[in-house]
Design a protein around this ligand. Structure first.
Ligand SMILES: [Zn+2]
Ligand SMILES: [Zn+2]
Length: 373
């Protein structure tokens, strides 16, 4: 079967720019991609054809060779080595790099791998979140072995280039007409093998160690706050940078205060007599002191008193605070003595018109509703 002209395959003219080649290839690759045309052998063949054409025409050197010698420049076809020394299989994945950009990044960092990130869950009290604090945390993590410098080879020896992957860290396998790259099983992607492992770390280059880190928790932190300690994660591989440590803060429930953003809420029960007669009550604050609230005569249950600036500190606000809302709940007395009951009956008998405005308005509305039915 004679091969089609590469320019013809991509539908571009001989003098076209590299941008035109790329644009034409992308358009065709989308149309002909096997994922979009499952089981269609014509598409499969064409897809292979455009990839081969693109591989040559996107590369100025290969394109120049092709322009001079035609297909003869690359005799041997896919996977073969042509007279000009081009290795097709080696560049085949480059085609996919163009399609799926993330392969590029993965390739560049192949040898020096960044260490993993660590997550540490830290629970603090609401008081701790209010005041802010410096917490010490103990983090078990992998750190670079001091004896071998994180290389994994016994002192005085060096790791050798992996023979299986020639140090690439990846091996290629052909599945159908796809070339699949996978991590080298021999060196697990490191590209090097250690023949004389370091005794301290058994050749891993890492040792497990518990580290103590100080974390500054600023006043006003909220539930779910993430604090990043840059470079305090797992050690990198082959001298790569370490990962980061993320501290996820949670705040334990408080027995007295509920928090909503910068504001605090609490409920204080007051007696029926206090509500009716009025009084001054004391409420504790997160700052540690107490505040006085003047309950006026005739305070209804559910009434909220706002104490400005007695809430949580507002993060990075330069000393501003939210508010504290104190809701009073009138408690109905239980286990009344005989005398208390008598007094309440007397109290009730003496209740004058206008002393229970809510009830009076309610019963008036009910009467109207029933009368109108
Ligand atoms: Zn070591
Ligand atoms: Zn290898």
């Amino acid at each position: 079967m004679s091969k089609r002209d590469y320019y013809e395959v991509l539908g571009v003219h001989r003098e076209c720019q590299i941008e035109d080649v790329k644009a034409a290839y992308r358009k065709l690759a989308k149309e002909l991609h096997p994922d979009r045309n499952p089981g269609d052998h014509t598409c499969e063949h064409k897809f292979k054809e455009i990839n081969e054409a693109y591989d040559v025409l996107k590369d100025p050197d290969k394109r120049a060779a092709y322009d001079r010698f035609g297909h003869a420049a690359f005799d041997g076809g896919m996977g073969g080595r042509g007279p000009a020394g081009f290795d097709f299989s080696a560049s085949f994945t480059d085609v996919f790099d163009d399609l799926f950009g993330e392969f590029m990044g993965a390739k560049r960092t192949r040898r020096q791998n960044r260490g993993g990130d660590l997550r540490y869950n830290l629970e603090i009290t609401l008081e701790g979140a209010y005041r802010g604090k410096s917490a010490e945390i103990r983090v078990p993590s992998l750190i670079a072995c001091a004896d071998c410098g994180g290389i994994g080879a016994a002192p005085g020896t060096k790791p050798e280039t992996c023979a299986t992957c020639s140090g690439h860290g990846k091996v290629r396998a052909t599945q159908g007409f796809f070339t699949v790259e996978r991590t080298c099983p021999k060196c697990r992607g490191h590209g090097r093998v250690v023949r004389h492992p370091c005794k301290t770390c058994n050749g891993s280059g890492h040792v497990q160690k518990e580290r103590t880190l100080a974390v500054d928790i600023p006043p006003g932190v909220e539930e779910g706050t993430r604090i990043r300690l840059s470079g305090e994660g797992q050690a990198g591989f082959n001298g790569g940078p370490p990962g980061d440590l993320y501290i996820f803060l949670s705040i334990s429930p408080h027995p007295f205060f509920q928090r909503d953003g910068h504001d605090l809420y609490c409920r204080v029960p007051i007696s029926f007599a206090t509500a009716g007669l009025g009084a001054e009550i004391e409420v504790p604050t997160l700052a540690g002191g107490r505040v006085h609230i003047n309950i006026p005569e005739g305070t209804q249950t559910g009434h909220q008193f706002k104490l400005r600036g007695r809430g949580m500190p507002i993060l990075r606000s330069g000393g501003h605070y939210g508010d504290l809302f104190v809701e009073v709940r009138v408690e109905t007395p239980v286990k009344l003595t005989k005398r208390q009951k008598e007094l309440l009956r007397t109290f009730d008998d003496e209740s004058a018109q206008g002393s229970q405005p809510d009830s009076e308005s309610f019963f008036a509305r009910m009467k109207e509703f029933l009368g109108g039915a």
